[in-house]
Design a protein around this ligand. Structure first.
Ligand code: SF4
Ligand code: SF4
Ligand code: FES
Length: 328
């Protein structure tokens, strides 16, 4: 094991661990934000630069600082390394610059964007963004494209994190989309707008950290804070069948997603049958309310969700009184 100090907190990790994962082991506010790294996708990271940190001591053997901020998701720790994230004002200033770059072409769409309320970029802009833009050039815009029966691509919101491309590459056998072009003209594209049609295509929606890939069965149906997330499962031959169902009113399922961990990354990929075709509450065994961070806008008006799921009696009157399950 090797020792690394991040924001004055020491942690021991396996050799080869990245700074980001060492920080995640400590947890809390010192964990850098990450928009392109995804723990379940091989080779992810290194694209968005939101996870940058300052390395003020390279290692015990060579204590020189690294000359520039480094991407914590792709930089392995060294024994005796000293890292600064929220304890370095200049690093936070640099992250502000990254956010400014990410927002250069981004539309002011949050009020009508399906991702609002669960968007990494929205959170990042809130925490590190500035109210004004210095950008005066025309922003690049794109027409919305239907890719397949269930997904719409709104390229204007894409931050080119490559997660959807890696998802399609690694969990399906039919990737037909990718990043076309370079630099300012780079975009997610499918040759001759081929439909994306495979059993796991919907996972691209879940891994997209912004509202660029959206679920056509949920688009404009509701804001996420008006629907109730419940853990549920079913016996599925294609995937684990463990999902989150987002219900509205009495037993109406508005959307189904995979379960995400505390860093907003999918725990298990789910199949399209579970995601798009099982919208009847009787298809599912309800486990209970999804635990939502208190700070998340999704937890607003969900007073029962603020307790961890294991402390909630699933047969309790709370669920019935919220109409999350029927009384029979
Ligand atoms: S992707 Fe995120 S930041 Fe962009 S418009 Fe949608 S909610 Fe707002
Ligand atoms: S569409 Fe979403 S997941 Fe794909 S590269 Fe763009 S931001 Fe990333
Ligand atoms: S999360 Fe590290 S570069 Fe994007």
């Amino acid at each position: 094991m090797i020792k690394v100090t991040i924001d004055n907190i020491e942690v021991e990790v396996e050799p080869g661990t990245t700074i980001l994962n060492a920080a995640r082991k400590i947890g809390g506010d010192i964990v850098p934000p990450a928009m392109c790294y995804h723990s379940k996708l091989k080779g992810s990271g290194g694209k968005c630069r939101t996870c940058i940190v300052k390395v003020s001591q390279g290692s015990a053997k060579d204590p020189r600082p690294m000359p520039k901020p480094v991407a914590s998701c792709s930089t392995p720790v060294q024994d005796g390394m000293v890292v600064q994230n929220i304890t370095s004002p200049e690093l936070l200033e640099a992250r502000k610059g990254v956010v400014e770059m990410l927002l250069i072409n981004h539309p002011l769409d949050c009020p009508i964007c399906d991702q609002a309320g669960e968007c990494d970029l929205q959170s990042l802009a809130y925490e590190h963004g500035v109210a004004k833009t210095r950008y005066e050039e025309p922003r690049r815009t794109f027409e919305k494209i239907d890719i397949g029966p269930h997904i719409q691509l709104h390229m204007t919101r894409c931050i080119l994190c490559y997660r959807c491309v890696q998802t399609a590459d690694q969990i399906t056998d039919k990737r037909i989309h990718g990043v076309l072009g370079r630099g300012d003209t780079a975009e997610i594209g499918t040759y001759i707008k081929n439909a994306i049609d495979n059993d796991f295509s919907g996972n691209m929606i879940d891994v997209c950290p912004v509202g660029a890939l959206t679920d056509k069965t949920f688009r404009f149906k509701s804001r996420v804070w008006y629907v109730d997330p419940l853990d549920a499962h079913r016996d599925c031959k294609k995937c684990s069948g463990k999902v989150v169902i987002w219900t509205h009113g009495k037993n109406e399922i508005y959307r189904i997603t995979g379960r995400k961990d505390e860093f907003g990354e999918i725990q298990e990929f789910i199949c399209d049958e579970c995601r798009f075709e099982k919208k009847d509450i009787k298809d599912w065994v309800i486990e209970g309310p999804r635990t939502i961070e208190r700070t998340s806008v999704i937890s607003q008006n969900h007073y029962i969700l603020k307790a961890p799921a294991h402390r909630i009696n699933l047969n309790s009157v709370e669920l019935v009184s919220k109409n999350l399950i029927s009384e029979e």
